[in-house]
Every structure is written in C-alpha cells, then in structure tokens.
Design a protein around this ligand. Sequence first.
Ligand code: DGJ
Length: 765
Amino acid sequence: MAIQIEQALCIALTFHYICIIKQFKYRTVIFKIMEKLRVSLIAFACCIMAFFSSYAENIYITTQNTTLVIDATKGSELRYVYFGEKLAPTDLDNIGQAKTMFQMVYPPFGMVCLSETALSAVHSDGNMSTQLAVESVAQKAENNSFITTIRLKDKIYPFYVDINYKTYSDTDIIETWTEITNNENKKVVLTKFASAYLPIRKGDVWLSHFHGSWGAEASLVQEPLIPGVREIRNTDGVRNSQTDHAEVMFSLDGKPQENYGRTIGAALCYTGNYKLRIDTESSDYHHFFVGINEDNSFYDLSERETFVTPVLAFSYSNEGTGGISRNFHKWARNHVLPHGNQERKILLNSWEGVYLHITEAKMKQMMDDIAEIGGELFVMDDGWFGDKHPRNTDKAGLGDWMVNKDKLPNGISDLVDYANRNNLKFGIWIEPEMANTSSELYEKHPDWIIQAQGRDITPGRGGTQVVLDLSNPEVQEHVFRVVDNLMTENPAIDYIKWDANMSVLNFGSNYLPKDRQNRLYIEYHKGLETVLKRIRAKYPDLTIQACASGGGRANYGYLKYFDEFWVSDNTDGLQRIYMQWGASYFYPALTMASHVSAIPNLQTQHMIPLKFRIDVAMSGRFGLELQPQHMTPEEKEMCRQAIADYKQIRHIVQLGDLYRLVSPYDGSGLSSLMYVTENKDEAAFYWWKLQQFVNEHYPRVKMAGLDPERQYRIKELNRTDKSNLPYEGKIYSGRFLMANGLEIPYRHDYKCDYASRILYLEAVN
Ligand code: DGJ
C-alpha cells in the first residue's frame, strides 16, 4: 500500500483540523457535502478506523531522514516498533513483522518488576503498581513543528501519562517529554518519573559521554557498554554540567567513528539534577532511562495536578558521531537558542585582566584597547558592586547589586556611554541567584537562603557565599529585578554574563512547607525558569552567557534562555582543545565562549605562544580575556590581525557545519577540525599540534564536508611565518582535499614546541 491507512487517517484528521483552524476556503462546501451525507469528517475517519481495526495502530513520527514507529493500539501497552533510518513505504507496511523491536515505551513499576522502570508511583490507596494502556492519540501542527500526544491511562485508576513527540520539518531531532496527571481522590507519590526510555539493540554498542571537573569540563569518555547498570547523574542542585553532562551518544556499530556508523544521540534539556541510567541485563537491549534525578526528590502529585518532565531530544544518524553533532547543532540554531542564526560579537572580558580590582579608569582603558584592535563588545566582570559590603574580595557583596561608587564614581551608565562612543557594546557580570552573608541582602532577608532547618549554614566560595531559595516567589522577584533594574537604568546594555558559583551544600527551604521539602531541587529550577522566561520576554535582544564556575551550565535546558556558555575557567590553549572537542559533540561553536588569555596561564602555568592560543580561541565564539596593557605592540598587532581574520570566517565557524577530523583524545599528537557552510561555498580548517617528540610523524589530515565536484582556493589565516605555505592561493578540488588533505608543516619560523594553522577555503566555481 503506497499510503498507510494510518497516514490517510492522519491526513483526514489533520485536514479537518486545518479546516477549523485556518478557516479553509472550501470548508463550507466540504461541510455541506458532509451534512448531506449526514456524516462529519471525523465520523468518516472513525468509520475507516473501525473498518481497519484489525491493523496494529502504528504511529509514525518522521523527520527528514529518520522514522520512529510506535504501536499505539487502543487498550494495549504503548510499544516501540522501530527507530532509525527513514523507512520506505513498503518497509512501513511490513515493519511490525520485521520484529525490529517491541519494547514498552514507558515501562511503569508494578507489572514490570524485574527490570529498571521509567515510572514508579504510589497511588492514593497505597497501591504501588501501575499498568498503562493507550487511551487516545492526538496530532497537531504547531508553527513549524508537528506534535503527537499519546494518552495512556492506568487500567484501574484515573491516572494518566501523556507521551509527547515533537518534530520539525528541517531537522533530524525528535523531542519527547511526558506529562503525568493525577485525577485520583488523594495525592499520588511519584518516586520515578523519567522523561523517556529508549531501548538500544545490543551488538557492539559504545557509549560516548562527557565527564569532568572544575577546570577540565566536558572531557570525552568512550567505552563499550558492558553488563550492569551504568549511571550518569548530577546532584549539584544549582549547576548541572560541571562533572558530567546530560548528553550521550550510542555508537551501534562498534568503536565510535566521526563520519560513519549508525549512532543515536540524546540530550536531556534540563537545568537541574538529572539521572541517565543504562541497564544492560540479559535481554537483547540496553535499556536507557533519562530524566530528573529523583534521589531526595520524590514528587507528591496532588489531586488534579500534572507533572511535566523535561524534554529529551534524541536523534539517529548513519554518519557517526559527527552526524549526530551536526543534527543537534542545526536543531539548536534553528529551534532552541534565542538568537541561533545570528553571529556573535568579538569581546574583551575584564576577569583575567583585572579580577575584582575594577576601577573606572581601568575599564575605560580596556575599552580603548579592545576598540583599537577591532573588538565589538566589552564585558565588565565581577567586582563592580557592593556599597556597605564592597566586592573587594569574594567574601562580600553578592546580593547588593548597586554600583560601588569608590570604584565607579560615575556609575554604569557612564561606562555604557563610553563604550558606545567607542563603537563598542557593553556587557556586565552578575550572579543573581547568590548572596554573601556579608551583604545587605542577607542582613535584610536571612530567610531567603537555602539552609537545612535549624542547622548552621554550609557556606561556599569565600567562606560566606550562600544560595538563594528560588522556590520562594519573593526570591524569584528579586532575581528578576536584578536584571530588570540594570536594564531599566541602562537600556543600552547588550550582554549579561550570568554566573553561579555554588552548589546546594545543605538541604532545606525556609519557604516550602514541611511536607513539601522534598520538592526543593525541582522547585528551585521551576523558579529559575520562571525568572528566565520573564527576562527573555522583556529583553529578547539581550545576549546572555551562562557561566557557573566555568562550564557548569552547558545544557540545552539553559540554552533556551542563554545564548552561550563559558566552557571553562581553564583558558589554557592546549587544554581548551580537549574541552571544546567534548562540548562540540552536542553544542555548536557559537555557544562556546572561547577567550585568549595571558601567560603563564592562570590555572596551568603553561607558556603557550599567542599564535596557538589565538588559533584555539578562534574555533569557538572568539574573545579575549587579558589586560591589553600588558601586551607588546607585536602581540597587539597579532590580536588585531586575528580579529580581522575571525570576522572573515565568523559565519562559517558560528553558523556552518562542524566536521571533526582528528581527535585530541586519539593520541596521534594532533587535533584537527573544520567548519563548512551549508552551501559548501566556504570552509575554515583548523590544525593543532599537541605534542613535540623527535622523529614523531603526524598523520596527514583528510578534510571532510566539502563538495567533491567543486574547486577551493586556499588561504592561510593568522599567518605568523615569514613565507607563505607552498599551496597559498592555489586551487584544489574538494575530492582531492577530502581524499588527501594538505601537508601541514610541523613547525613555525619561531622556535617553539607548539604549532597550529588555520586555512580558509573558498569555492571558486
Ligand atoms: C567564575 C567565572 O567562571 C569566572 O569567569 C569569573 O566570572 C568569576 N566567577 C568571577 O567571580
């Protein structure tokens, strides 16, 4: 059958829906005919449905290149039938018989006891078992997306679980989330409430995930899945990507490959604690469960209350880990990020240049310096605020978001004006979710902080930092006002760096009632999202960076509201290659703030040459973070050149497709990647030598992502050597470059153990 019965039904129902919504011009004619026939389109559709009721009621969720098939037969359990490569019509007809899989979509505890489950609920009468069956299916078009909702109902209780899928016509990502509704007479306690479950067929399946710590975020770990339960989780309470990321890839055909091999990628889009479990037991599947971390966080659902889980975004590609990355990057740019298709400004941030020692003179001098070399934005970091408790050290001032008049006698507006007169935009640092005990805020509102009841506080940074309790609406209002007041007084502020340097160190809310303390982790993040939504609604044009002691907030839950994240407080050029490589698995370059800092490096004491530091920073959202006054004229000239060169390739890096070529984790002593524009007109190729051994032979790097039929002219950017590379200005076919690459010299003119190159490729036909 060319068109499936289900598809015909879907078309009929969608048409009916469109008629109603869009006031379709033939609507009246069609409805008149239906009236004559004494039947509505829905009734007609129902007749067909009844006629073909012997067919399994398959739902097809499709993206550009993938298909998800789910059996939603009424009164039965909801089951996965297929997920992968897009199915042809004949495959769709016979997919059930192919027995690709027949796993429950959302296994609840009680009738399934031997394995891990997605849901565990204690019903109003104490019954701990749940049995879900399909009740209805609804599909609707919404803007440029299509949403399918399958309603499941417990076989005994008025307890509902809605499974949702959202797809877009231009990307290969499926978003799924779950809504759990209690219509019982008393509360139901949820002790497990995953966003989703995915079965991964066994074989030689490898997991890629991202482990880290402060200063070493997003380190790539790749390992085969072995029997047992693999758990990746976060318990920070405030930040959720410092140690582990809530994203994973499954390579289904053995060791992960960049540009080939069937791969599934999944990212939980949430700002708070999460848990990813992969249960490898004795069946044919690895069972992957994803959702909020329910540890110390069970959720008691009141009567008539609905609990909505965070979204899990997932994707399939037969182009390996690189294919999954490109899918996520495109989705992020087109459907998640506030300004995903806009190029980002080149900035100077004051932190590593002056730390907390801000003065008006220093800020103006830094603005002069960055403007002179072609920068576009200046960001004043920590240290500008606090009146009674000046922010001179990290022990005081957080919470008191008034300007420190000793440091900035003419206030922020004077700095904003100064920036604008210099043709620069102005940005500012805040940490609005926090306070110091040495602050007027804490003196006024000691009950606004997170604190275990009746116990001493456990302070964080500086020995005095505390976290404000965002479950409290008054605190939410305060956090909103921090941004709102700044923006009302200084509407020309263009950029905010929003920091968060503390975890929940002891647990308790002064706001939540005694029987709701269990909700604190979840309510904190609901409160945070409420504030972020308000800010975004009122200030849609603001660029906002998510910083959390470095890369503690790299998650798509944040990137709905934030434009970018600070990858790490570790700005060492060499070590950034590893962290940015890991982060690039799910996040596009325009979200990765990447700055050139001074040497010896603050964190590592490495003495890495400026050329190398620039070449690394230029592979992300480029900026500087140093005191320009400490640079020599030659160094300033190099930065001026780098800024000019970055402007030439910014659209390729920030909006193009990423092809990772040689992984720094592979131990070849090299790393290389490239960005290619969607139309394959231009590309930017990066090459970094990671180590220097005598008689070491580095691999020649084959390019990727080019059009084999087109010719590309080569130009080196950021050149520091006296003479050109031999192929400067020469033209090669995409086919040649992808089969052979170009020989990159191991050294530069200057004596140094580091080497790096950036090549710009422009199609000439
Ligand atoms: C931690 C951030 O990661 C740094 O970049 C800097 O903003 C400091 N906080 C300021 O206190």
